[in-house]
Design a protein around this ligand. Structure first.
Ligand code: MG
Length: 267
């Protein structure tokens, strides 16, 4: 055997040893209605598009927005038990391995603006720069350092986790701010608990539309098919502590009211 032939399996072993797969994902998970497996290793990954540099300073929220974080305090947030213990750094909040945090206030149909930044690359795939924005504490728009960090398509930045990859990968490099503008229309349930209309999600990532009015199949889940469970018309926004020191800043939310005035009969 040539020296190269010996080196190839060694390289594969080494990759396995550090847990770095060529095609991260699964081939034994359930199949989604669109024909792809949950976190399928063979699901094509979205094309990469450079969105340009991130904003240096945060933009100002609109007048009807509720500011959830302006860099000064975590008053709008709580931890699993009591106080939110993430740390304040340079006008941002940073994940500190103290658990997920959620808003004290609850929201229904809404538009959420949130900016996030990944730390210098460490780990890979789902282990690098992982967090998440959860609506009603259960519907996750993935936050992940997807800059030159392959992972399964439905788990990369701006994916509806385990359900829909984003249309494009427009993730900025670590150290730059990524911006999400998300419109979340809550699911409606009938009296018997079945779904009257599913949740719908639109995500603009760094100025690029990557999810457009996409229907969720249920709460986002790991390695399993989603299944709705009836809940009320409002819920908290949750940010995930996945063990990586991710930063967030400039978080605001405003209600989305889809009711328009009705026309009077024309004369
Ligand atoms: Mg996550």
């Amino acid at each position: 055997m040539s020296r190269i032939a010996l080196l190839v399996p060694f390289a594969a072993l080494l990759q396995l040893a550090v847990g770095q797969e060529k095609n991260p994902g699964y081939t034994d998970t359930p199949v989604l209605p669109d024909g792809f497996r949950v976190h399928g290793a063979n699901r094509p990954r979205p094309a990469v598009v450079d969105p340009g540099p991130g904003p240096k300073t945060p933009s100002k929220p609109p007048a009807d927005a509720t500011v959830l974080f302006d860099g000064s305090n975590l008053d709008a947030w709580q931890g699993r038990k009591g106080e939110a213990k993430w740390k304040l750094v340079d006008g941002a909040m940073e994940v500190t391995r103290t658990g997920d945090i959620r808003t004290k206030q609850q929201f229904g149909d809404c538009q959420l603006h949130i900016e996030w930044m990944a730390p210098p690359p460490k780990g890979h795939s789902q282990g690098r720069g992982n967090s998440g924005v959860f609506f009603f504490g259960r519907y996750e728009v993935q936050v992940l350092d997807s800059f030159e960090n392959p992972t399964y398509a439905d788990g990369q930045a701006a994916a509806l986790y385990g359900q829909k990859p984003p249309l494009l990968n427009v993730t900025r490099p670590p150290g730059q701010w990524n911006v999400y503008d998300i419109v979340f229309i809550a699911p409606r349930f009938k009296d018997d608990g079945t779904v009257a209309s599913p949740a719908r999600v639109t995500v603009v990532h760094n100025g690029v539309v990557v999810q457009l009015d996409e229907a969720l199949l249920g709460p986002t889940a790991h390695k399993s098919l989603p299944k709705y469970k009836a809940h009320g018309p409002k819920g908290s926004i949750k940010l995930q502590d996945h063990g990586n020191p991710m930063r967030f800043r400039n978080i605001w939310i405003r209600p989305v009211n889809l009711e328009r005035p009705k026309a009077k009969p024309a004369k």
